[in-house]
Design a protein around this ligand. Structure first.
Ligand code: NIG
Ligand code: FE
Length: 433
């Protein structure tokens, strides 16, 4: 018999997401559902997933500490948010209000606002304050069902500040139950002090920041904001190639505001992902499909930027690219912690089916950030990163947007949130590094 310390029984739908990873094309619509499904956890790992009958005959329940009755509810893997910018201080609601009155993101950036305004508040914040705001942000993410996220630096933009943000991210990951995968985004913009010598900034990123990031083991990925007025395709290529040589896998903010060649560059470099893609053209998408580069779609950014044009998700899926959907959580273009809202936006504004969107926020997202061996699906041997949602079937995730349907969040076997409240003690024993 299989021994367990926590079991979940009788889920109306248990979305196991077992099967191909990443999912493409028609595979995206198969959530490998077990109706009336049960699941058992031991020492943080999933040890059993199956029907009630199989559970009865295979799982020993005498040493179980907790039985969660998921009758009438949906059980699914924790959300994997594959694109966030969580290490930042301050907020930009006044810019947001200006955009509501017609100012554009690019205009605000040219005036010294935008990313540079967050860089200023982030540089000015103490380690303690930055860590605190990050942990609070992560608390909100967990309450929304996010159990693992990718997180980028990019609001430091000096050697010391970029390294500081990545160190604080690491520390937040140690203190908080949510898993973090770090990305170095020193090429987020050319900081104001280098405006007249952008090449000097690129050399700083390539010759000093990237080697220091890898020497410190501070990130797995390297990202660039490849966009008109930010970094050109050839500049992005230089940064990402240097990252690859240092062992950082490339990902790209591509074709977010204009059609700029980011998707093509992602294909050329076999990037871990190309992200945004709101203005990506057919050719770039076809090249991504051929190179097996997943597309991280960020409908929350398009929504909060009041864009009419969302990423061409249907074309992306039909051409065989693996779609991922993420929040892009950041203070400028999408200050939203809800993956559930992203699922709804993916369906309502990008034409994805609910099944495709769920594949995109679980198993496909896990593949993109290099964590599919441990999370993204409910299978024996994987970490017990599990959600219980108070909905009778998964369609309600998109059908009832704006609500937090998550009632239980389990991270590596521990219940970390229940009924909208956190249930873990933060490990604050560590002082700032
Ligand atoms: O993903 N596009 C670049 N970076 C962020 C926005 C950053 C900001 O405005 O602070 C994004 O949308
Ligand atoms: Fe982003």
């Amino acid at each position: 018999m299989i021994r367990a310390d926590l079991v979940i029984v009788d889920a109306a739908q248990l979305l196991t997401m077992r099967g191909p990873a990443p999912r493409v094309g028609a595979q995206l619509r198969d959530l490998s559902i077990i109706e009336g499904g049960c699941l058992a956890v031991k020492d943080g790992l999933i040890v059993f997933v199956g029907t009630r009958d199989e559970f009865e005959t295979q799982v020993a329940t005498d040493q179980v500490d907790e039985v969660i009755d998921a009758g009438g509810q949906v059980v699914m893997p924790g959300f994997v948010d594959a694109h966030t910018h969580i290490p930042f201080a301050g907020s930009r609601e006044h810019e947001f209000a200006r955009r509501l009155s017609g100012a554009t993101y690019q205009e605000i950036a040219r005036e010294g606002g935008g990313i540079m305004s967050t860089v200023a508040s982030t540089r000015a914040a103490s380690d303690e304050d930055l860590l605190d705001t990050m942990l609070t942000r992560m608390d909100r993410m967990v309450l929304e069902g996010i159990t693992t996220c990718e997180a980028k630096s990019g609001y430091g933009l000096t050697l010391d500040h970029e390294l500081r943000l990545l160190r604080l991210l690491k520390q937040a990951g140690r203190q908080h139950p949510m898993g973090i995968v770090a990305t170095f985004l020193g090429a987020h913009t050319v900081p104001a002090e280098y405006r007249d010598d952008r090449d000097a900034y690129l050399r700083l990123v390539i010759d000093e920041m990237i080697p220091a990031v890898t020497a410190g083991g501070l990130a797995e990925f390297c990202d660039v904001f490849c966009e008109k007025g930010v970094f050109t395709v050839s500049e992005a290529r230089r940064v990402l190639t240097a990252g690859i040589k240092s062992g950082l896998r490339p990902r790209i903010h591509a074709d977010q505001l204009t059609s700029f060649g980011g998707a093509e560059l992602a294909a050329e470099l076999s990037a871990a992902s190309a992200d945004h893609l709101d203005h990506a053209g057919d050719e770039g998408i076809k090249l991504m499909a051929r190179a097996g580069v997943p597309a991280v779609l960020l409908p929350g950014a398009s929504f909060c930027m009041m864009q009419r044009q969302y990423a061409p998700a249907r074309k992306i899926i039909d051409l065989g690219v693996a779609p991922v959907v993420a929040t892009d959580l950041n203070p400028g273009t999408c200050n939203v912690e809800s993956m559930q809202l992203m699922v709804a936006l993916a369906c309502l504004n990008m034409g994805m089916t609910v099944e495709e969107a769920i594949s995109a926020v679980t198993i496909n997202a896990a593949v993109t950030i290099g964590r599919s061996s441990t999370t993204g699906s409910l299978e024996a041997g994987k970490a017990a990163d599990i959600l219980v949602l108070d909905i009778p079937n998964y369609l309600h995730l998109a059908y009832r947007p704006g609500a937090n349907h998550v009632v239980v969040v389990i991270k590596e076997g521990d219940v970390v949130a229940r009924d909208g409240r956190l249930t873990y003690e933060e490990d604050s024993s560590e002082a700032c590094d």
